[in-house]
Ligand binder design. Sequence first.
Ligand code: SAM
Ligand code: SF4
Length: 473
Amino acid sequence: MSSPEEGFSLPIEARPSLQEAARDRFHIRTFGCQMNQHDAQKMANLLHHAGLAASDRAEAADVVVIHTCSIREKAEHRLYTELGILLARKRAEPGLVVGVGGCVAQQEGETLLRRFPKLDFVFGPQNLVHLPAMVDAARARDRSLRVDYDDAPGERFDLPQRHPAYASPTPGRAFVTVMEGCDLFCSYCVVPRTRGREVSRPSAQILAEVRALAEAGTSEVTLLGQTVNAYGRPRPGQIAGELAFADLIRRVAEVPGIRRIRFTSPHPSFVTPELIRAFAEVPELCPHLHLPVQSGSNRVLEAMNRRYDRETYLEIVARLRAARPGIAVTTDLIVGYPTETDADFEDTLRLMNEAGFADSYSFKYSERPGTPAQRRGLGELDDARVQARLERVQDVQRSLTLDAHAARIGTRLEVLVEGASRHGDGQLTGRSDDHRIVNFRASGPAALGSYLPVDITGCTPHSLLGTSPGIPA
Ligand code: SAM
Ligand code: SF4
């Protein structure tokens, strides 16, 4: 899998209508996880409803928001590169408004404004709702609203209700936030610090959003949360009597028009027997689970404070496969956690083979400010050694993925059509229900957001290849 923190810009309709041409234009540059991508959609929505028009190019925009990720140091550095370019432009165009949002903004707060005095404003992930007011203040040269990162809990979940989406970046598919924050404090992870404590969204709000999306043509929803399957567990200050996560999935599946349900990211500690049963009994729940394991060594898992061991993880995978034969299991792996020995690393390679991961994201450990590992002064291992480990993990994964893909040659899969293939060769691209990328040629009509049968004829380590007769009669 490619790195999830690659920057992307929202693929919003770029050609302005005559009316839009007169409006100020905004551009949002986003890095990071699906939660950030979804937050970027919410921000675009807020700015649209505040009267601005979207631009697909930062250079053509009057308001630019850099929406940051701080999960690894590399992701954080991208902010400084992009900010440097924008603030240089602002010297020639003083009317340009530049804001920084997301996890680095939450982490650094006013420090960013002190370091970059020309920066107009900084806001945290819990404060998206105030973005239009911050833009207005910056345009009016009012410097009283430049920092906003205190939690606005009552407001963060109901944005989709207040402002129905005006443009779906991917026809047929949508993200729906079900919870935010994390109370688990893995020793390497900055998320509890940037995204705050675990909060579940009221299920009535979630179901209302899913119904509205389905009525507008969405058939695939991805339920989002930092520890999404912790949804509904009793936390201090939470509303009592909410649904458990498996029950929420069943309720979403009952919404007319919903054909596929996914969720990310789950934590192994909350993969309950009820959730495994849902994989057996709810056909709308896709046969794919992205279940981060991080390491195959029990010693390292304990040092990471992951709260499970390799045996428990493999047991979950076995139960999932028994409940839903053929389910694709994918994962996240961190290599080079401080103190990771060669033997620990070999345990990770063994676990990859035992679990038979269809795919994985793998990362070099990156020390993050304020995390338990950083506070303990554990440091980082020698980079050349860690790089060599990363390459071995990626080699093992390539071969596992190729095996998983080769096993699908000769089968017919149902694919949700997302658009033209990135190769620009006239092929279309979409995803199978088990989340494989499928590039294919269609000999008949193929509307974006429709489901097509695709006969798989070949594969690469990145995708399946095939042909489709087009929309079935
Ligand atoms: N909540 C999910 C879980 O429990 O696994 C993970 C969410 S995190 C945004 C995505 C992935 O980033 C993690 O699974 C982990 O592999 C990776 N990650 C997080 N902190 C990291 C760090 N300090 N260095 C390297 N990778 C890290
Ligand atoms: Fe980070 Fe661990 Fe929480 Fe996942 S469960 S967000 S890795 S602290």
